[in-house]
Design a protein around this ligand. Structure first.
Ligand code: HEM
Length: 378
């Protein structure tokens, strides 16, 4: 397997000790092809609606006018998107700066699925933790649970869905050639193997195609043939040639490969080795759920704050105090209107959270609404 850790807001000039979400990508070169889990070190994400992603990421990256971090842009987006608040609480808390890559968890964040040979599907979220594995959810439970199981801004409470251990991941080797083995890696959430699949999560659905677009642009159409991206099992399809085609030498000619004699399907050449669909690995149909697929971007009535509040109440006194100070320090750079809305979000999660952030803002910036004012006049 291979892993790559990355940044979300930071660019190539980012440092290991900066506050940021860490990308957490792992690839398993299985006998049935590559399976990629392209997640983060946080169990939730800023948005549940994929069309918001370009705007979201523009506010997190450096301002293109002057190449500086712009807290006004970041907070303005968050203040206008209450659905981000759970992830904002994680990012600005102590968890926003992992001690090292060895001291953080990895999560799929999204709900994915497993299916078996009987066509039964269960929903799963991946947790990469020392001595811990996944937790899962059946289709039936998913339909009646009080939180939408496909909402990327929510976690599944452990009390309802205990983690199930499936093994340990040991990272024990650094690359010998950073460019060839790390820079050219092309992880994609759509790289699945038989038995593992996606879910109706809208953000995941959009990621399933977005990554391969980036790979074709970044590494050429045949990026899947680069050594570090190449599956370790035979690849059989009817596609060949194109820029940087490199999968075979003439001596390795075989049906289904780069030097295949046949480049169309259906055909009459199965007996000579031309590939045919394998019914044993066909995925069962995904149920179409009105809630998850169609309407879910409308979040007017959505509870965006309970889980952030629960997380806040898990923090001890020191953690709460540091969280409030990170809020206050960065909120010094934003307009009063944005600051007011952020404090209102803190209050909605937990009154003490709101009071503390308002107090820290007053001490730091000399002016800001009090939490009491915000609570009374949200
Ligand atoms: C609509 C939402 C999203 C879109 C359109 C999107 C798009 C992208 C694109 C285009 C890349 C660069 C791919 C490449 O050049 O190889 C990327 C990288 C990445 N994204 Fe996303 N992303 C989204 C949400 C997320 C979420 C929710 C997560 C985590 C749960 C995530 C985790 C990552 C990671 C870890 C990388 C770096 C992967 C690597 O090491 O190659 N992204 N994203």
């Amino acid at each position: 397997m291979v892993a790559r850790f990355s940044t979300v807001a930071g660019g190539q000039d980012s440092a290991d000790n900066l506050r940021d979400v860490r990308g957490f990508s792992v690839r398993f070169y299985t006998e049935e092809g590559n399976w990629d889990m392209v997640g983060n070190n946080t169990p939730v994400f800023f948005i549940r609606e994929p069309s918001k992603f370009p705007d979201f990421i523009h506010t997190q990256k450096k301002d293109p006018r002057n190449n500086l971090v712009n807290w006004q842009n970041r907070w303005e987006f968050w203040a206008n998107h209450p659905q981000s608040f759970h992830q904002v609480t994680i990012l600005l808390s102590d968890r926003g700066i992992p001690y090292s890559y060895r001291h953080m968890n990895g999560y799929s964040s999204h709900t994915l699925s497993f299916y078996n040979e009987r066509g039964e599907r269960v929903w799963v979220k991946w947790h990469f933790k020392t001595n811990q594995g996944i937790r899962n959810l059946t289709d039936e439970q998913a339909r009646h649970y009080h939180i939408n199981p496909f909402d990327l801004t929510k976690v599944w409470p452990h009390a309802d869905f205990p983690l199930m251990e499936i093994g340990q991941l040991e990272l024990n080797r650094n690359p010998d050639n950073y460019f060839a083995q790390v820079e050219q890696l092309a992880f994609s959430p759509s790289n699945f193997v038989p038995g593992i699949s996606g879910s109706p999560d809208r953000v995941l659905q959009s990621r399933l195609w977005a990554y391969a677009d980036a790979h074709r642009y970044r590494l050429s159409v045949n990026y899947q043939q680069i050594e570090v991206n190449r599956p370790r099992c035979p690849v059989s399809n009817y596609q060949r040639d194109g820029l940087m085609a490199a999968a075979a030498s003439p001596g390795e000619a075989r049906e289904g490969g780069q030097y295949a004699l046949t480049n169309f399907y259906p055909n009459d050449r199965a007996a000579e080795g031309a590939p045919v669909p394998d019914a044993s690995v066909v995925e069962p149909p995904m149920p179409l759920e009105q809630e998850a697929w169609v309407n879910y971007h409308d979040n007017r009535d959505e509870d965006n704050f309970s889980q952030a509040g629960e997380l806040y109440r898990l923090f001890d006194e020191g953690q709460r105090e540091r969280l409030a100070r990170v809020f206050a320090t960065t909120l010094q750079e934003v307009t009063a209107g944005v600051r007011q809305r952020v404090i209102a979000q803190c209050c909605a999660a937990d009154e003490d959270y709101g009071r503390r952030v308002a107090q820290a803002c007053r001490e730091g910036a000399g002016e800001s609404a009090t939490a009491e004012q915000t609570l009374n006049n949200p």
